[in-house]
Each structure stands twice: as structure tokens, then as C-alpha cells.
Design a protein around this ligand. Structure first.
Ligand SMILES: Cc1cc2nc3c(=O)[nH]c(=O)nc-3n(C[C@H](O)[C@H](O)[C@H](O)COP(=O)(O)O)c2cc1C
Length: 187
């Protein structure tokens, strides 16, 4: 049994207080109730430049992009679990989450890889369709990328049929599941 205490949630929807935000907030509520801690990072508030593959980070240097990711790398390094929250946007992630994930090239060299060794990930994905196949390409993107990074994907919270802000609150069972996930990852 693993005990995770520090949880970093990445809110990848540009819409605050929407379904992704509500789900992440509820998970964090569960985390805090169970004695864990952490925070939600709102990517919409951050400046995250595109990774252009300069690979300065593979030569023992800091990432060459001087932006908010410098601080977020530190937070990732200090966390036990990273929660990626994004709605489905055109069968994929939001541009915010994609730019964020692209910056994980930083962790794709032996020296930096050890900074994420032992961490786990969770994905949280709301979307509008009732057709579950809509979310498949995005789930696969995360599964393959996280596998490549050797970060086990320990939980998926996938919620179909939500469109407007707050729609997810109608699904009491889902909100309860979010709370339980938060509780479970810390205990
Ligand atoms: C640009 C954009 C693209 C979207 N593409 C899809 C899609 O391909 N399939 C789908 O089911 N929902 C799609 N949606 C709907 C969102 O996934 C849905 O409204 C979700 O609840 C938004 O999450 P949020 O409340 O956290 O912002 C899209 C919404 C936007 C704004």
C-alpha cells in the first residue's frame, strides 16, 4: 500500500468553476479530509510557452523557457500524485493541458526522470457526449504518455453528458466518487 500525501491538481479547462474545476475541487476536498494536502493550479492563469524541443533540459540545464513552468516543475517534483484535469475538446485535451504535457519533455532524460520516479497520476475528464468512444483518443493519449514517462495511472474519473458549468453537480454519485478518490489516494 502506498501513502500519498501531497497532491497536485492541474486544472486544464479555460473555464473556471466548470465541470473539471468542480471535480478537481471535490477530489481535493477528499484529500484534505483524509489528512493530505496540495493545491489546484489553474493553467489559464499561467504563462506556459510551447516546448520547441531545444533540449537544453537534456544537457543538464534548466528549461530554457523562462515562464511559470519553472515554478510548476518544482511543485511537480515535490508532489506524490499529479491529477490532470481536462475536458474533451475535439476528441483531445484542451490546448492548455497539451502545452503543459509537452513541457514534460523536460522529464525525458535520465537526470530529470528520477525527479518523477515514484509518482502516480490520475486523469479527470468531463465531456458533453453520451458516447463513451468520444473520450477514447484522449484517454489513450494519457495512457501512452504516462506509460512512457513511467508514471502509473492509478485512477480515471471520466464523466460523460456534462456540458454547461455545474452540470456535473447533478450527478451525485460522480461527486461522491470524486470525494472518495481524494480520500483513497491519501490513505
Ligand atoms: C472548444 C470545445 C470543444 C469541445 N469538444 C467536445 C468534443 O469533441 N466532444 C464532447 O463530447 N464535448 C466537447 N466539448 C464540450 C466540453 O467537453 C464540455 O462542455 C465540458 O463539460 C467542459 O468542461 P468544463 O466545464 O470544465 O470547461 C467541447 C467544448 C469546447 C468549448
Amino acid at each position: 500500500m502506498h501513502y500519498h500525501r501531497k497532491i497536485l491538481s492541474i486544472m486544464g479547462s479555460p473555464r473556471k468553476e466548470g465541470n473539471t474545476d468542480l471535480l478537481l475541487s471535490r477530489i481535493m476536498e477528499g484529500v484534505k479530509k483524509a489528512g493530505g494536502y496540495g493545491e489546484i493550479i489553474y493553467l489559464i492563469e499561467k504563462k506556459i510557452k510551447d516546448c520547441d524541443g531545444c533540449h537544453a533540459c537534456w544537457k543538464g540545464n534548466d528549461c530554457s523557457k523562462n515562464d511559470d513552468m519553472n515554478e510548476i516543475y518544482q511543485k511537480i517534483n515535490e508532489s506524490d500524485v499529479i491529477i490532470f484535469g481536462t475536458p474533451v475538446y475535439w476528441y483531445g485535451p484542451t490546448a492548455l493541458i497539451k502545452a503543459f504535457l509537452d513541457r514534460f519533455v523536460y522529464y525525458n532524460c535520465p537526470e530529470n526522470r528520477r525527479k518523477i520516479n515514484g509518482k502516480s497520476a490520475i486523469i479527470v475528464i468531463p465531456f458533453e457526449d453520451d458516447d463513451i468512444s468520444t473520450v477514447a483518443p484522449l484517454v489513450e493519449m494519457f495512457e501512452k504518455s504516462l506509460k512512457y514517462l513511467e508514471i502509473p495511472l492509478i485512477e480515471k474519473l471520466i464523466v460523460s453528458g456534462v456540458s454547461k458549468k455545474g452540470d456535473v453537480l447533478k450527478f451525485e454519485g460522480i461527486m461522491k466518487k470524486a470525494l472518495i478518490i481524494g480520500d483513497k489516494i491519501v490513505r
